[in-house]
Design a protein around this ligand. Structure first.
Ligand SMILES: NC(=O)c1ccc[n+]([C@@H]2O[C@H](COP(=O)([O-])OP(=O)(O)OC[C@H]3O[C@@H](n4cnc5c(N)ncnc54)[C@H](OP(=O)(O)O)[C@@H]3O)[C@@H](O)[C@H]2O)c1
Length: 244
């Protein structure tokens, strides 16, 4: 049974991926900070052909990450999915916004990737890392400077891993457009609702994405059909990059 470790599995895209992989017979290690949301995820995975184990941890705590990777040494796939979104204003920066965006979206992904690569090298096994970046990593929008820069860094790290550790370890980035998840709640409930409603009209395909639009691609990228792919970037955005 293939074993996949998914960060940010307590919510949104990561939660959808955890349930989809579990339903497809994978052994899933679901990471998140919220015990309540992880318990709900375990409940919802019951009856699937796979197995789901939850690990409650803050990705900013390196010792916890190390412990989890050592505990799950038979893991062959890592999905670097966890992330935070925050709008930023060049002229009115908020204290620590740079640190919080880069620590979560870049440093934590770098560190957990490093731990997985060291493990796979030590055990002499093959591995795959998927990174959940963003279309903003290639083309920032106004007010998203630091978030976009953090995702650009993640895209670059993904390519470095692909180049330096081929052929035994592969690394692939996914660039979602706007997806319907709780990540936009940092703007406030009402503004997030309005944002999602307004954004739908900008998409040639007429709607914003669902978490399943992304987790379906994740599942395919982990299948036997995608074995000759590494260092690539997959845009899944309802066509918005064509017009914005
Ligand atoms: N939604 C979009 O429009 C969109 C578009 C492009 C890219 N993305 C990317 O997709 C990924 C998933 O986002 P989402 O939309 O599914 O957001 P979400 O629903 O807010 O989920 C974010 C996940 O990340 C986890 N997380 C955040 N900081 C963490 C930390 N320090 N330690 C451990 N876990 C942490 C959260 O855990 P807890 O909830 O347990 O705290 C949660 O499970 C992110 O990398 C995001 O940047 C999203």
């Amino acid at each position: 049974m293939k074993k996949v470790l998914i960060t940010g599995a307590s919510s949104g895209i990561g939660r959808s991926a955890a349930l989809k992989f579990c339903a497809s017979g994978y052994s899933v290690v679901a990471l998140g900070r919220s015990e309540t949301r992880l318990s709900r995820l375990i409940e919802d995975s019951k009856g699937s052909s796979g197995v789901l184990t939850a690990e409650c941890c803050d990705l900013l705590d390196f010792n916890s990450l190390n412990g989890i990777i050592e505990k799950h040494q038979d893991m062959n796939i890592l999905i670097n999915n966890a992330g935070i979104y925050q709008r930023t204003d060049w002229l009115n920066p908020v204290v620590n916004e740079f640190e919080s965006l880069f620590d979560t979206n870049v440093k934590a992904s770098y560190q957990i990737s490093q731990l997985a690569i060291k493990l796979w090298k030590r055990l002499d096994v093959e591995g795959l890392i998927l990174h959940n970046a963003s279309t903003l990593g290639n083309k920032p929008a106004p007010g998203t400077g630091l978030y976009s820069a953090s995702k650009a860094a993640l895209l670059s790290l993904s390519k470095s891993i692909a180049m330096e550790f081929a052929p035994s370890i592969r690394s692939i980035a996914i660039l979602p457009g706007v997806i319907d998840t709780p990540i936009h709640q940092t703007m406030g409930e009402e503004k997030a609702l309005e944002f999602r409603k307004n954004m739908a009209g900008f998409h040639p395909l007429g709607r914003i994405g669902s978490p399943e639009d992304i987790s379906s691609l994740m599942l395919w990228l982990c299948s036997e059909d995608s074995q000759w792919i590494t260092g690539s970037e997959f845009v899944v955005d309802g066509g918005i990059s064509l017009v914005c």
